[in-house]
Design a protein around this ligand. Structure first.
Ligand code: AP5
Length: 217
């Protein structure tokens, strides 16, 4: 199963993709997480990507597609993937279809998570992330038991630099310009469904799971 989770920054793609991947035994492929791993290891790819991420801009398509191609070539990806944060442009969506066709996989279906702008800003500016394995928290909606420490592995929680208010506003604008057309792309080829991303995370998970099963029936 190849599944694309779409939605603006803060829609809950990372939160929901982790749950879906675990429940359906799929690989969770987050391009944002891959870039942050490269950045933390100070690879040339990571240092280059960081220049775009810090400004809330998109990393160039060739860089992103090259990184995804490499990840899809690893053996575990053959069993199915949840794509989180990819594709983000129509060129990336077309490249993903071509990559999957080359590898003999079915073309992906896409699910769009819908959340109002004010809620997105509240979620992003209050998000905290675990430094070791990327577990996601929120200072109001999902606070850790001990402030500043991950409930799961005890590592430090930090605020992403691109979650500063002015960068969040830029990311939402970039999303409207570059990624909204990706939703139209999947809609035009009949491979899209939409789910509300507002409410309790576990309720959203259930709606997503039902949408995935419906799309793959
Ligand atoms: P990326 O890391 O992909 O960021 P994003 O798409 O902006 O999405 P986020 O991770 O910010 O939000 P999310 O939807 O995953 O929400 P989350 O579950 O964390 O990309 C970062 C950057 O990398 C980009 O700006 C770009 O520069 C670059 N990049 C990445 N992919 C690229 C690509 N394909 N092409 C080019 N450049 C690329 O939740 C957010 C918060 O809300 C959390 O605190 C969470 O606890 C909370 N929350 C979640 N669900 C709920 C709920 N139901 N109710 C209340 N709170 C909730």
């Amino acid at each position: 199963m190849m599944l694309v989770l779409l939605g603006p920054p803060g829609a809950g793609k990372g939160t929901q993709a982790k749950i879906l991947a675990q429940g359906l035994q799929l690989v969770h492929l987050s391009t944002g997480d891959l870039f942050r791993e490269h950045r933390d290891r100070r690879t040339p790819l990571g240092l280059d990507a960081e220049r775009y991420m810090a400004r809330g801009e998109l990393v160039p398509d060739e860089t992103v597609v090259g990184m995804v191609r490499q990840r899809l070539g690893e053996p575990d990806a053959a069993g199915g993937v949840v794509f989180d944060g990819f594709p983000r442009t129509v060129a990336q969506a077309e490249a993903l279809d071509a990559l999957l066709a080359d590898l003999g996989h079915e073309l992906p279906c896409a699910i769009a998570l819908e959340v109002a702008r004010a809620e997105l800003i509240r979620r992003l500016t209050g998000r905290r992330v675990c430094r070791s394995r990327g577990h996601i928290y929120h200072i109001d909606f999902k606070p850790p038991v001990i402030e500043g420490a991950c409930d799961i592995d005890g590592s430090e929680l930090y605020q992403r630099t691109d979650d500063a208010l002015e960068t969040v506003a830029r990311r939402l604008d970039v999303y409207a310009q570059a990624t909204q057309p990706v939703i139209d792309y999947y809609g035009a080829c009949g491979r899209l469904c939409s789910v509300s991303g507002e409410g309790e995370p576990q309720d959203i998970s259930q709606c997503l799971r039902a949408a995935v099963i419906g799309a793959n029936a």
